[in-house]
Design a protein around this ligand. Structure first.
Ligand code: F6P
Length: 328
């Protein structure tokens, strides 16, 4: 058992639905274990500036269902410098903070690990990003909600695509990975799904679109991950390419963008956040540090942060196969 009397919690990097539920869980677990809890505003920026707020069980009333993060978030340039981290360490010292829980993505975890190396402050990470691109967990906080948001939006696009007999390229988030695209594409019945992990080429795209016309489909949806570059083309260039090579199609582009990061978290994300928050605080109390909470086979797990930031998540190729069968 470690002698942890005061724990700080903050959110860092791109926000994701479920972050508030995770803050709530950390704060309430601290209250349950009679540990003092402090919230840090704006991630590492707030840590450097000492922008702290005392939190008790009542500070997190009515936030389990809220999108965004009540503690705000930021990507701090200053924390990347030694000087910035020194300032942050001083601030934690002034407030007598023994350990912290960081809710964010791999950039936030890399910062925490460096900070721990230099100043030995114990921490646990909770993976919060809609991209689901963190090794060591089957789900990151916000992924499930973002999928539901994307599917709902694509369903609406389908209505207008079908009325006008159009082809829509719908870009979903995912800077480096195609998890949102693959899952929302399958869930929304897309004709093709383009992801950064697999460049299937332009020929295949044209072939598949021609085939769907020949089979009597009058409208189509192609879901494209933000980070996809099929033969080096972004979503607008793909539209131009298809218009040029398949003039039978009236083509439109819709970029869903940041709407995917907002909104009330799904029940799955709320439950996951609650479980991970408890695990994070209990782990610190048990003397553990430099771990990330995760969910694997529905069990809450701990993965060393060093592995979580180095490892890569893999696309489920079976989903690609299923999507191909579904477009028959
Ligand atoms: O990492 C989550 C994410 O939503 C990515 O999918 C996207 O590329 C990026 O954040 C957008 O970042 P920003 O909010 O800084 O534009």
């Amino acid at each position: 058992m470690a002698n942890i009397k005061k724990i700080a919690v903050f959110t860092s990097g791109g926000d994701s639905p479920g972050m508030n539920a995770a803050i709530r869980s950390v704060v309430r677990t601290c209250a349950y274990l009679r540990i003092v809890c402090v919230g840090i505003y704006r991630g590492y920026e707030g840590m450097i500036e000492g922008d702290f707020v005392s939190m008790n069980a009542r500070s997190v009333n009515n936030i389990i269902n809220k999108g965004g993060t009540i503690l705000k978030s930021a990507r701090s340039k200053e924390f990347r410098t030694k000087k910035g981290r020194e300032k942050a360490y001083e601030q934690l010292g002034f407030s007598m903070i023994d350990a912290f829980v960081v809710i964010g993505g791999d950039g936030s975890f890399t910062g925490a690990l460096q900070f721990n190396k230099e100043f030995n402050v114990p921490f646990i990470g909770i993976p919060g990003t809609i991209d689901n691109d963190i090794f060591g967990t089957r789900y990151t906080l916000g992924f499930d909600t973002a999928l539901n948001t994307a599917v709902e939006a694509i369903d609406k696009i389908r209505d207008t695509a079908s009325s006008h007999r159009r082809l829509f390229f719908v870009e979903v988030m995912g800077r480096d990975v195609g998890h949102i695209a693959l899952n929302s594409g399958l869930g929304a019945g897309a004709e093709e799904i383009l992801i950064p992990e697999e460049d299937l080429g332009l020929e295949r795209l044209l072939k598949s679109l021609k085939r769907s016309k020949a089979r009597g489909k009058t409208s189509s949806i192609v879901v494209v991950a933000e980070g996809d570059r099929t033969r080096g083309k972004n979503v607008y260039e793909l539209k131009e390419y298809v218009e040029k090579n398949l003039p039978i199609y009236d083509v439109r582009v819709c970029v869903l963008g940041h709407m995917q990061r907002g909104g009330a978290p799904s029940c799955y994300d709320r439950v996951l956040a609650s479980r991970m928050g408890v695990k994070a605080v209990e782990s610190l109390v048990e003397g553990k540090t430099n771990f990330m909470t995760g969910i694997i086979d529905n069990q809450i797990t701990l993965t060393p942060i060093s592995e979580a930031i180095k490892g890569k998540t893999k696309i489920d190729k079976e989903l690609i196969r299923i999507s191909d069968i579904m477009t028959t």
